[in-house]
Ligand binder design. Structure first.
Ligand code: ADP
Ligand code: GN1
Ligand code: MG
Length: 369
């Protein structure tokens, strides 16, 4: 069946292997090997998650428009568009993606070789450069008209709305799991007041609406295995109108931890301020001079809030029966929620330092280092 799907894409040769690939929580991702006269070539084949993305044609329209635009941005700054931008491989029928007999949507992209998606950064330099790549991503789309993008997941980073979904899951307690999460529930409820921070700033036009990635975890940027430099931002499913604070905050959430997102031993989970300072520096460098004072001021808050939001989403999914994120065992979403809340607690303790690090990074970038 997978071979049949793969055979319908215009790959450069005969398919010799299709194997599950990567650590994404949403789509089914496979690496496809094909044999050509030049040797083995690889592609990425993905089945888009129909539960998470009810309108996959809208999603694909966004991806086509965004990759086309980004390719030109990469060329304009003298980069290599084949490595620094995803390239969709069409079907043999000439379509940009495939809809199979079950209504499933499949897409293929060129495999970007000699790169890796990291779950935890090796060091601050690697993470600084990931920040640079995510910041450049936002800057590279600054002339893209946000209003032309389809809203793939409505209110994706509307934390107030995420809180409402959490409250609904608590009230429904569909799986009888509420009894196991008293401490986590209390943690979330004590921070309800934080949820309005970014949505209000956007609504009151204190910060600009930009085209943003919205899912800037470290393993959504491919990193060159030799140079350790970030080569290509991937996972463009959630590119929508948003705030740079979403991208900065989510990047910090995912990358400033000393452990993996699903580490069970909380003694290993710490918020690393050195990594935070490096990411802030890289992100602001990548964004260039378009960033506003208000955005800079809110960056530390956004880091805390995006981490809190993600923890709340994991907890909501745990209560709802693990219907959204892929899980490997029954407590997986709860374990993930706990790591996020541990990070939030530590960020609260380190907040003044985070503010200082952000302002210093902004100052350095302003002075051109
Ligand atoms: P998900 O939405 O499920 O996270 P992604 O699009 O992020 O799906 O893909 C999952 C993983 O597959 C990535 O973390 C990365 O390891 C790998 N991957 C995706 N696209 C490519 C590509 N073009 N080249 C190499 N690896 C890729
Ligand atoms: C999901 O698709 P992936 O695995 O890169 C999720 C993000 C979460 C992240 C938590 C579309 O990202 O929002 O922050 O898991 N993507 C979607 O690890 O919901
Ligand atoms: Mg991903």
């Amino acid at each position: 069946m997978l071979f049949d799907i793969a055979a319908r894409f215009a790959f450069d040769g005969e398919c010799s292997d299709v194997s599950p690939y990567g650590n994404g929580h949403i789509n089914d991702t496979y690496a496809v090997s094909v044999m050509t006269e030049r040797g083995r070539l690889r592609y990425i084949l993905q089945r888009l998650n129909p539960y998470v993305f009810p309108d996959r044609s809208g999603l694909m329209k966004n991806m086509i428009a965004v990759t086309r635009f980004l390719r030109e941005s990469v060329k304009a700054r003298g980069g290599d568009p084949e490595r620094e931008c995803l390239r969709l491989v069409p079907t043999r029928a000439g379509e940009p993606y495939l809809v199979d007999g079950n209504g499933d949507v499949w897409r293929a992209t060129q495999f970007i070789e000699n790169t890796e998606a990291y779950l935890v950064a090796d060091d601050a330099e690697m993470f600084r450069d990931a920040g640079r790549a995510f910041g450049e991503f936002v800057a590279g789309l600054s002339d893209f008209d946000a209003s032309t993008l389809f809203e793939v997941i409505p209110r994706f980073h509307d934390t107030e709305n995420r809180y409402a979904s959490f409250s609904e899951a608590v009230a429904a307690d569909r799986k009888g799991r509420l009894a196991f999460v008293a401490a986590e529930r209390e943690f979330v409820e004590a921070r309800k007041g934080d949820c309005s921070l970014i949505v209000r700033a956007l609504a009151e036009k204190r910060i600009p609406v930009r085209v943003t990635h919205n899912d800037t975890k470290l393993n959504n940027v491919l990193i060159d295995v030799d140079t350790k430099k970030s080569v290509c931002v991937i996972d463009l499913d959630t590119v929508m109108a948003g705030s740079m604070l979403y991208d900065f905050g989510d990047g910090v959430r995912a990358g400033c931890s000393t452990a993996r997102e699903d580490e069970k031993d909380l003694n290993r989970v710490h918020f690393d301020t050195e990594l935070f300072g490096a990411f802030a520096d890289g992100f602001l460098t990548g964004m260039g001079d378009s960033v506003t004072e208000e955005e800079i001021k809110l960056m530390p808050y956004a880091a805390r809030l995006m981490t809190f939001e993600c923890g709340m989403r994991f907890l909501t999914d745990y209560l709802g029966g693990d219907v959204y994120f892929k899980t490997a065992y029954a407590e997986h979403n709860l374990v993930r929620a706990r790591t996020q809340f541990r990070l939030v607690e530590e960020m609260e303790g380190a907040f003044t330092e985070m503010q200082r690090l952000c302002f210093e990074a902004a100052e350095r970038v302003r002075r051109g280092k």
